[in-house]
Design a protein around this ligand. Sequence first.
Ligand SMILES: [Zn+2]
Length: 281
Amino acid sequence: MIKSSSTSCEMPPWVIFHIPHDSTVIPSEVRDQFVLDEKDLSRELIKMTDRHTYDLIVGIFPASQIVKFPVSRLVVDVERFESDYDEYMAARGMGVIYKTTHELKPLRRHLLPAEREHLLSKWYRPHHELLTVAVDKALNEFRRALVIDVHSFPSLPLPYETDLTAYRPEICIGSDSYHSPGEVVHAMSRSFESHGFEVGINTPFAGAMVPAKHYKKDERVQAVMIQIRRDLYVDENTSFLNESSTLVQERLKNALLQWLTLSGEMVPPFTASSADQPLIR
Ligand SMILES: [Zn+2]
């Protein structure tokens, strides 16, 4: 994939990219937890990993503004609530620590409480701490933060999904009722559409990522999710980049730059003068 020719100084410094599902790394110390053989585990990783989402973004933004989870979501899923009591996907065996595959078949052996705790303390909590620190740093320096959660999704629904009939546009924008101002979401949608993408809001996936410390407590933290349909840039059977990937990355970059320029000009709701000014100047 190409690297962006733009310089980082163009980028709003309060933006943080969160890349949770890019990695295929299964640390050897936890390999024995999975009941799949190598072939089936490889297939599961192809189905469940948002491959190359880091590559799509790192050429656009400096690495210092990217928080990437370093191991596979099959180890722990940092997008889930830590407690299964809070996480509705736990009912499908896909809470923070997956028990089932994308086909809702057995993925893992039963874990001892100490093994679960080890996964959370080694991978889940440190990652959330990194994201929280990045958001706090942006708030301290710029009085605002924007978390952009980047994913990809398959062109056809996987059996574990909750709505198998949902519309699957090329770009899905996920929003949160508290942290995603309508102006920001609509500007994002328009920017992607103006670069030729078919866009949907909260379909087939919904929501946005906000650290628990700030969730529904601090409106200075804005958040959106971008889900890119995988057939745009990879062969979905192998996860290898396809012949369109370079062009798609360029269009993504330009759409993001256009949108972030607009977002940067939007008056945040928390500034003293905002009551007298329109949202888009
Ligand atoms: Zn994902």
